[in-house]
Every structure is written in structure tokens, then in C-alpha cells.
Write a protein that binds this ligand. Structure first.
Ligand code: C5P
Length: 228
């Protein structure tokens, strides 16, 4: 395959209050990471780089083996860093072979449909591509407890992953961010800071990020309810 996906799973998950790295917390009988990887391995065949929390490489390796089936040879496990950006950088360093498109995906978006992964991979050209959803809540600009202004949500979108990029441009954008000492909140921001264009395609409600105990509960409900 000419496409690779870097799945970052090295976060500590302190907001989940589960006492384990977030990716290794169970949703049902399977972990957040296992669900994420099942989505990844159900997409078109691609190289898969899984970025593990320090000290949990063996556990992650086991999850990869369970999810990959006959695609085990396409997967590599590497150790992550102190920030998400550093974890992605570690994943990019592990790419091998003739890859020209790289997707970056949060393991925490465990229920992301494989069709969304394929749609992002398909849409990448010279621009980066992110899935996004319209913002539902009414947004306010606040200073302390003072509501200062309403914000026009029609011009806003909530960014999801996987985010896809042409490999060479993403790698130079990462090198540039490191040289400039910049930390960005997502890869699209890092890519744009280097002058790259980024387009949006429709995201998926199932690609929400598991961050809090309530998010984990939502994932449990979605997995139980076959109507969704
Ligand atoms: O913390 P947050 O939910 O924003 O993390 C998003 C994704 O980045 C998660 O899948 C998490 O495992 C990953 N991450 C990482 N390395 C870090 C921090 C976060 O791989 N140091």
C-alpha cells in the first residue's frame, strides 16, 4: 500500500480516571485501542503504525495482533512521547517503504467507521483533509464568568480524525514545527502553519473522542444498541 495510518495511543488518559492509559481501558470486553484498530484494519489495506504509551508496548502489540488478522505484517508498534505531537512524530519516523499519503488518527476515537478512514485517504491530494462536523451548541466568548459575545457557529466546525496529508509535505511541516518550537493541537493546524492547504469532508458522529467517563459510557451504549 501507498497509504499509512499513524494511530496515536500514547496518552495517559487522566481525565478518564480509569488508572490505566486511556487506549487500554475497556469499553466492553475490548479496549478503546482494540476497537480503534478494528476500524483501521477493516479499511482498505494500509501500513499501520501504532504509537504506544511507554512501558505498554507489549500490551499494544497483543492488541494489534488480535485486530490485524492477516494484515499483521502491515503493522508496527513504536513508543510515544510526552505530547500528542511528539507521539505523531515518533510514528512518522517509523514509516517504511513507498508511502505517499499519511493519515493520523486518535485511538481515542475508538468507534470511527472504516468508511470514514477510507473517505479521508481517498480525498487527500496536495491538500490535507480533515473530517469535521458542524458545531451544535450555541457558543459564547467569555471572560471569567462574564459572557462577552455570541460566536457565529455557522462558520465553525469541530475537527475529528483521521486527518490525511501528502507524506512529504507533512514530514517537512513536522520538521518546521520542531525547529520553531511550536506545539499544535492537531496535525491540520501544524500543516497549515507550514503553509499547507487543508480541506474538510463530512465527519461522523461515531468518530467522537473518548475523553471523560461520560464519553466511555456513550461508547458502551452505542456498542449495545444495534439500531445506531
Ligand atoms: O488527550 P487527548 O484525548 O487529546 O489525546 C488524543 C489522542 O492522542 C489519544 O488517542 C491519545 O492516546 C494520543 N496521545 C498520544 N501521546 C500523548 C498524548 C496523547 O499518543 N503524549
Amino acid at each position: 500500500p501507498r497509504t499509512a495510518i499513524v494511530v496515536v495511543a500514547a496518552g495517559s488518559g487522566t481525565r478518564l480516571e480509569a488508572g490505566a492509559p486511556k487506549a487500554l481501558v475497556g469499553i466492553d470486553s475490548r479496549s478503546v485501542l482494540r476497537h480503534a484498530l478494528e476500524g483501521v484494519f477493516a479499511a482498505q489495506p494500509m501500513q499501520v503504525i501504532v504509537v504506544a504509551p511507554t512501558g505498554f508496548e507489549g500490551t499494544v502489540e497483543t492488541e494489534v495482533r488480535a485486530a490485524a488478522g492477516d494484515r499483521r505484517d502491515l503493522a508496527t508498534v513504536v513508543t510515544g512521547g510526552a505530547s500528542r505531537q511528539q507521539s505523531v512524530a515518533a510514528g512518522l519516523d517509523a514509516l517504511w517503504g513507498d508511502i505517499d499519503t499519511v493519515l493520523v488518527h486518535d485511538a481515542a476515537r475508538a468507534l470511527t467507521p472504516s468508511a470514514l478512514i477510507d473517505a479521508v485517504a481517498e480525498a487527500v491530494d496536495l491538500s490535507g483533509v480533515i473530517p469535521s462536523l458542524p458545531v451544535i451548541d450555541t457558543l459564547k466568548r467569555v471572560e471569567g464568568d462574564a459572557v462577552v459575545a455570541a460566536v457565529d457557529r455557522s462558520v465553525l466546525a469541530a475537527a475529528q480524525t483521521p486527518q490525511g496529508f501528502p507524506r512529504a509535505a507533512l514530514e517537512s511541516a513536522y520538521a518546521r514545527a520542531v525547529a520553531a518550537g511550536e506545539e499544535h493541537t492537531d496535525d491540520a493546524a501544524l500543516f497549515a502553519a507550514a503553509g499547507g492547504a487543508v480541506r474538510s469532508i463530512p465527519g461522523s458522529a461515531r468518530a467522537f473522542k473518548i475523553t471523560t467517563p461520560a464519553d466511555l459510557e456513550r461508547a458502551r451504549v452505542l456498542l449495545m444498541d444495534t439500531r445506531t
